[in-house]
Design a binder for this molecule. Sequence first.
Ligand code: SF4
Ligand code: SF4
Length: 430
Amino acid sequence: MNISLFNTGKYVDLEQHKEPAFSAPLSSVPIRELAYVPLRDLYGGQMYPVARRGDRCARFSLLARTKTPSNELGPSWLMAPLSGYVEEITTIEHPIFGRSFCAVIRPDNSVPPLPTTPHSLNAMTREGVLRTIHQAGIIDEFDGQPLIEKILQARSDGIREVAAIALDDSPYISSALKTVSEFGSEVSDGITVVLKALDGGSAKLAIYDCDEIAVKPDIDHFGFVKPIRMRGGFPLISKFKRQYYPKGNFLPIGVQALRSAAQALVRGLPQTNSIITVSGECVKHPCNAVVVNGTTIEDVLRFVGVNKLPRYVILGDTMTGITVTDIKTPVTAGMRAITVMHAIPRREKTSCIRCGKCVTVCPMDLPVYEAIRRHERGEIDKAAGYGAQHCTGCGACSAVCPSAIEVADIMRHLKKISRRKQKQAPDQSN
Ligand code: SF4
Ligand code: SF4
């Protein structure tokens, strides 16, 4: 495969275009010929195939596993997302995983029975919940992190608050709203599951609120969870955090990951598919679709139809996604959108698009993008006041910035200014 990537964050389109995809019925994308399933564990580490070339694998049977434990709960397993024959085990270049082993599966379109009888949420033990979520291989679409890792970290930090995130604030994405609309009770069960793993606590649902979409059922009544409607500019997660958890003592989890947690506990299902918004100006029939892991983007585009020359095929959306040039690229767990554009309005290469990625990855929990915005306006002293003295210089913010801003360099510069001001402060008081 020949995939080359470039950031798309420098292109933005702030108009909302959710309605056509949201209004269409939820559909399933068929795999035409072959599925390409990257053999990567939750942490992006290499897995080793259990199924061999020529084997028939049943959906939910063991496809690959790690040789060593991935965490305190043991090795990771990868379950086959579909039934079929393993044509070969090969290597591919994947935009997220890099060079990776991959099982190429030819579907036989059989649908085996579900693996277990339903379990009762009331009968769960905390250890059982943790082990099941680990084995289900759930990636949180909110931030691309393994759900089990987030829960283990939250436990060790003493966090007891969960926020279900359905903040589809990106222009073309409505997959979280569709998930809440279609599978509200499973999302609610997923919150119960995670609270069990955290030994209790409470939860909120943060949901994007816009006039063009009416989420059903009435979101004012969402089980035992308090729904919070959020309006405003991108990224709404920062506003939500400031308003409801200013100390950052909560665990944000995407609604699809919560649904997957419920499915793992109640029905014994691993996470083998995602609900993906397929949209953009080149898509003939925008929709939200269930896409099995390993389905190629080519199959997804064939399903929705293309009515204009697609110049940008973006995993994610126009705000923060990455562009792929090989439509044989497979969809993997944790994706929530494919956006296909003919042209995208440009912005200055180095302007901050307020995506909030730098805030999300910052290990010191600094309001990085606030500092960058002030810095861009030339308000250097104010910019240095956003906790720059605590910056460790790890560089994570620069690595994820879709606008290619050297965020860490700016933060280091602000750190020096902040330290200098701190040293001057006692002198001035004398
Ligand atoms: S370099 Fe500083 S601001 Fe950037 S992620 Fe690391 S600690 Fe946070
Ligand atoms: S500086 Fe932060 S908020 Fe701005 S574009 Fe870069 S990652 Fe996104």
